[in-house]
Ligand binder design. Sequence first.
Ligand code: ZN
Length: 256
Amino acid sequence: MVCDKEKGRGKRSGGPDAACGPPTLLRIGEVELRLLRKRIRNLHLRVSPPDGRASLSAPYRMPLEAVRAFAASKLDWIRRKQTEVRGRPPAVPFSYGDGEGHYLWGESYPLRVIENAGPARVELCSGEILLRIPSGTPQEKRGSLLNAWYRSRVREAALSAIALWEPRMGVRVEGLAVQRMKTLWGSCHVRRRRIRLNSELAKKPADCFEYVVVHEMTHLLVRLHDDRFLALLDRFLPDWRVRKQRLDAFPRRPAD
Ligand SMILES: [Zn+2]
């Protein structure tokens, strides 16, 4: 699982159904973390905008000492992330107006809004993202049309990447789902051999997208982020660390 807030070994978020207890405050040095006990298997650490609040989700049964030791080992990361998050200008919502910049595979394209009588449609044409909509289409609908288009781009690219990597890795992917996710770039249901990808990946550079696909496919060979997993990633994509860094560093939107 690749998470856009914190990636590393043995951290996995609970699903939407993960039961959740009231948060308690954990203090390590000058850093304060909200500790949430959940019905999950692994620790999950995140630093949220705009104030850089740090939260750590932990399995119910994990002893507090183990949780503290994990948090202490991540202090440098938390401090770094907090500085980064606090210095970030607040996200401005898209207006989906003519000329607004939107990313596709790491490149920013101006949106060209064409209001006409035909059916709604999005396409990339001559360096612009054309958004054809009936006149008077509200902003929210424009956004959902664009998001549906990003979802199709990810699906299309994922099918090609999977077809390319299946024989190289000797694995078989049985199912693919693409949806908008808040904290994960991707996840893998090992038993069902199913991969889920974040539709927002369509905005990132293509080599970062490929890293996420290969990362999730590697879980079909090794479930956890252990040494075997890392060794396989090193073999499949020797530059995966650079790709992952670029993915984390890449702005969420042109205005960022
Ligand atoms: Zn993973």
